[in-house]
Design a protein around this ligand. Structure first.
Ligand code: IVH
Length: 699
């Protein structure tokens, strides 16, 4: 039976080992999305999908508390501050909120509070409810009533100093109003953009040929991070205050009174904030705000409830990243149905094939949607999505709309299951799926236009061909203008200059000297060590270390090329040989084989090889008595682990194989050696004990 994929197992059914793997995966995944969201303001998944990841992470951690990782996302809010601004350490961390997704989630929230405080049944938990503004939070520090510093949340501990930018946000007072001003106070709240300003901004951007923003939140986030405050000002950002950080005098009493105080200071406080006496009241407020949502001048994505007794805040404290005294009851993602006209395939810069739903345009979540992601091949099969289907599209105040399912009753008679292409739509190369990977990838790395620029950048980079004067920018320009489309083109550039395209010196920013410098730099790299060449090819998973190992093992380019072509046959000796190299497992071997299985790549490689001189790599340590010998370890060793033994043998130039053949020079047999020992005896291969082996290699 194949191993179950932890990602697909319900939390309650996970074994401990699966939970551990799943927590590792979620930590990585959530960090990636945090970075995209907080540092690049370019999220790739919907809020709902992101929340689902976090919720799953927390649920697993609750079930297996001892598996909680050091780098668990629940210890962290957001992502580390991006560069460009000075860092600010928040004197009190800026926290996030736990989410509820239905009425029961809200009831559970109140239940937890009651239990935690040990409240009697009849004691009420007063709440304040207010819209959850879809913007980004900021902290404003006032000393002697004067704004001295403004910062973004960053990772909750350290944010960015964006004081100058916050000063041009209209609703941010430069000085607090009123008489009883504390010595210092930090006021926190949400920076946002109104729908009207967002639309005007996008119209203007489009008129200037700039890409429009996807939503007001991204526009606000980008606006606050402008290096020039004049540009921030143009975004007409706004601010609602709703929390505090460090204060010289304790904040006491009721949250509703704190909001009044903020207003007296001169802040805007959301006018829809209301007290709720019990859970029914809170639910009624949720429904009212939800009904009003579309008519509000700004985007909101839920209702935040906070315990209306600040003394209880202290007692309730925090769990992980969120206070126990507050919760965000999120709105459900908006859905609509529409017809799926076609499924197209996009090829990413790394060759991943992503299916995209081409839809009959439909209005959902405040925007018109005509395309939605279908994620990957399995997702289409799992949801059985077919061209012609009526599908349910979802968008949750977010970026990429999703197809959540199919309205089966409306399926046209002849709709066929979708056959995922096995060839790359961009270049026609084979598209393959690796074990354990969701994405199918184009293997035409060297020739695929979707990947070409990325590959060429890698090819010329420092650790690869290291061509001075051919950095990312130039590669991009040369690629776009058709001067360099594949690696071989780099080495024919000089010959083609002024013949197949106008002389480089006629290009902007170029002169005789810079052109001749470039050609000198290229010529200098015509001679390249085998390992650099292997690394430069950009075969998936083949980093510098693997490239070096391959180069050492095969020594010469032609030998390597031939062996890799032969290794395409499963079970072939060449394949076994490849897999026997330490650190090269079957997945890596498969990636190399896939590369060589694609004729386009071999063509491109051969064209390149014609133009360059590949330097042989001599196997190391030829003086060692085991250099060049093939050895096989079997049984359990006493003095070292198998991995260590293997690494040491390889460092001395031996080749460590996993099975015994006529070519084996030595079999090193530890205790309880089994069939390999029998085989060795049968074939007449020398058998050494561990001690004999050590004597041989230790001078
Ligand atoms: S209170 C310690 N109130 O939602 C509690 N947050 O998902 C601090 N947000 O980080 C947050 N509207 O950026 C609070 N009325 C509101 C809010 C609000 C939007 C944001 C805030 C927070 C995030 C959590």
């Amino acid at each position: 039976m194949s191993a179950r994929k932890p990602a697909e197992i319900a939390v309650d059914d996970l074994s401990e080992a699966e939970a551990k793997r799943e927590l590792a995966r979620l930590a990585k995944e959530i960090l990636k999305h945090d970075r995209l969201y907080y540092q690049r303001s370019a999220p790739e998944v919907s809020d709902a999908a992101y929340d689902a990841l976090r919720t799953r992470n927390s649920a697993i951690e609750r079930r297996f508390p001892k598996l909680v990782r050091e780098d668990s996302p629940s210890h962290r809010v957001g992502a580390p501050a991006a560069t460009g601004f000075a860092k600010v350490r928040h004197r009190r961390p800026m926290l996030s909120l736990d989410n509820a997704f239905d009425d029961d989630g809200l009831r559970d929230f109140l239940g937890r509070i009651r239990r935690f405080l040990g409240l009697p049944e009849d004691e009420r938990v007063p709440l304040m409810g207010e819209p959850k503004i879809d913007g980004l939070s900021a902290s404003l520090r006032y000393e002697g009533g004067v704004l001295v510093q403004g910062a973004t949340r960053g990772d909750g501990e350290v944010g960015e100093d964006v004081t100058a930018n916050l000063k041009v946000v209209k609703d941010v007072p430069h000085a607090l109003k009123g008489r009883s001003i504390p010595e210092f106070v930090e006021v926190r709240g949400e920076v946002y953009m109104t729908r009207a300003d967002f639309e005007a901004l996008n119209r203007e951007r489009e008129a200037h040929g700039e890409a429009p923003f996807v939503n007001p939140r991204n526009a606000a986030s980008g606006g606050l991070r402008q290096l020039d405050p004049a540009l921030t000002e143009k975004r007409r950002l706004r601010f609602f205050a709703y929390a505090w950080g460090e204060t010289s005098e304790p904040i006491e009493g009721r949250y509703r009174d704190f909001l009044k105080r903020l207003e007296a200071y001169g802040f805007h406080v959301n006018p829809l904030a209301r007290p709720c006496e019990d859970v029914d009241d809170a639910i009624a407020l949720y429904r009212r705000i939800e009904a009003e949502r579309e008519t509000l001048p700004y985007e909101i994505d839920g209702v935040v409830y906070k315990v209306d007794r600040i003394d209880w805040h202290e007692r309730l404290g925090f769990v992980g990243r969120a206070p126990r005294w507050a919760i965000a009851y999120k709105f459900a993602a908006e859905q609509a149905t529409t017809r799926l006209k076609a499924i197209t395939i996009q090829v990413g810069r790394t060759g991943a094939l992503t299916p995209v739903a081409e839809l009959e345009p439909v209005h959902v979540g405040g925007v018109t949607v005509s395309r939605a992601t279908l994620h990957n091949e399995d997702e289409i099969a799992r949801k059985d999505i077919r061209v012609g289907d009526t599908v349910i599209v979802q968008r949750a105040g977010d970026v990429i709309p999703q197809v959540v399912g199919v309205v089966i009753e409306k399926r046209p008679k002849h709709a066929e299951p979708f056959a995922f292409p096995e060839r790359c739509p961009e270049c026609g190369s084979h598209a393959v799926r690796e074990e354990g990977e969701a994405a199918r990838r184009c293997t035409g790395g060297l020739v695929c236009p979707a990947q070409a620029m990325e590959r060429l950048r890698h090819f010329t980079s420092r650790d690869a061909f290291d061509i001075e004067g051919l950095g990312e920018k130039r590669i991009e320009l040369f690629y776009k203008d058709g001067l360099i489309r594949k690696p071989a083109d780099i080495f024919t550039l000089e010959a083609r200059n002024g013949r197949d395209f106008p002389n480089l010196t006629e290009r902007e920013g170029w002169d005789e000297l810079s052109a001749s410098n470039l050609f000198v730099a290229i010529r200098a790299r015509r001679k390249v060590p085998l390992d650099r060449l292997i690394y430069a090819l950009g075969i998936p998973h083949v980093g510098q270390v693997t490239a070096k190992q391959l180069a050492r093992r095969y020594e010469r380019f032609d030998r390597w090329r031939r062996a890799m072509r032969e290794a395409r046959i499963d079970e072939s000796e060449a394949r076994q040989d490849l897999e026997s190299i330490s650190g090269i497992g079957s997945i890596l071997a498969q990636a190399i084989v896939d590369f060589f299985d694609e004729p386009h790549n071999v063509e491109a490689l051969d064209a390149l090889a014609e133009l360059i001189e590949v330097e042989d790599v001599r196997a190391v340590a030829s003086a060692s008595p085991v250099s060049g010998k093939t050895v096989v370890f079997t049984g359990s060793l006493e003095k070292m682990t198998r991995a260590e033994a293997k690494a040491r043998a390889e460092a001395l130039g031996a080749k460590v194989a996993s099975s015994v053949s006529k070519k084996t020079d030595y079999v090193i047999a530890g205790a309880d050696a089994g069939s390999k020992l029998t085989e060795a005896t049968k074939l007449g291969v020398s058998v050494l004990s561990e001690a004999e082996w050590l004597k041989l290699i230790e001078p």
